[in-house]
Design a binder for this molecule. Structure first.
Ligand SMILES: [Zn+2]
Length: 287
């Protein structure tokens, strides 16, 4: 009986992969995804503990956590990210700092959980730079890159199945647990493609500009990371998951020039003092 149902779902899944093309309201892009936004949220929440555990768990300073979550919240609140997945419903975005003091990176899971390592955070100098990181990651959520990736791995259909069964049936179902575990592994070791990164750069730029941040923060971020790399230090993990820094830097510069043909206004928010007070003063003395 269960096998029959499974088979039915598999056929349905294959069918839906071939026919399910949805238009993303923010990016305008037609995409193949099988997970509904609600299912993305479930999968993201299922994965977030494992993701955090890989990078030393959550950073244990609630002031720093709260601050980073506020900056992320401001970007969402004032940008189109508040209208994703639809104008009437919003992904439950959450922003977390991870304890890993060595790995310089940031990530997003489907449906809203976003992470930055303390190793990356402590290299930043302003709230606008932090906004650059978070805006880019919000871009991955809004563009539904995780769900696209799962669809390509043909995990999407089985997840729809697993999540569907979970809603109505035994939560300890072994098959469901296996499918979820596989998806979690996929997401935790996820490397987005070049196109996804460029798209997120573009979306992130739009979001932080709408939130009133000085968009050059994202350029400074690229330069800070680039100098870490050139000084012979460990290659920031950020570059292996986020390739082509030079190319991306050029494109970001072009976006900024297009948006501000007469130069970036001086009165945009940079938040150096706020960042120093909320983050740097609390991280100092720690390696
Ligand atoms: Zn990225």
């Amino acid at each position: 009986m269960r096998l029959g149902i499974g088979l039915l779902f598999a056929v349905f899944g294959l069918f839906s992969y071939c026919t399910n093309v949805v238009t993303n309201p923010i990016t305008g892009e037609k995409q193949r995804v099988q997970l509904s936004p609600q299912q993305e949220v479930v999968i993201g929440q299922q994965s977030q503990q494992k993701m955090a555990a890989q990078y030393g768990g959550l950073y244990k300073d609630s002031t720093v956590q709260k601050y980073v979550n506020q900056v992320g919240g401001r970007i969402v609140e004032r940008s189109e990210a508040a209208q994703a997945p639809t104008p009437n419903s919003r992904y439950p975005y959450q922003f977390y700092v991870l304890s890993d003091p060595q790995t310089i990176n940031a990530f997003a899971l489907p449906g809203g959980p976003i992470f930055i390592t303390v190793a990356l955070l402590k290299r930043l100098k302003s709230e606008a730079q932090l906004a650059g990181v978070l805006g880019h990651e919000i871009g991955h959520v809004v563009a539904r890159h995780g769900a696209e990736h799962l669809a390509k791995q043909q995990l999407g259909a089985s997840l729809v199945n697993a999540v569907g069964i979970a809603a109505s049936d035994n939560p300890n179902d072994a098959q469901r647990a296996a499918v979820l575990a596989q998806a979690v592994n996929q997401l935790v070791s996820l490397r987005y493609g070049r196109e996804d990164e460029l798209e997120s750069d573009q979306l992130g730029f739009r979001f932080i500009r709408d939130a009133g941040y000085k968009p050059t923060g994202i350029l400074e971020l690229m330069q800070i990371l680039g100098s870490t790399r050139k000084s012979g230090g460990a290659q920031p993990e950020f570059f292996s998951t986020h390739p082509n820094p030079e190319n991306r830097l050029e494109r970001l510069k072009n976006l900024i020039t297009q948006a501000y043909p007469n130069g970036v206004p001086a009165n945009l928010d940079e938040g150096r003092d706020r960042f120093a007070k909320a983050v740097l003063s609390r991280l100092s003395g720690q390696s």
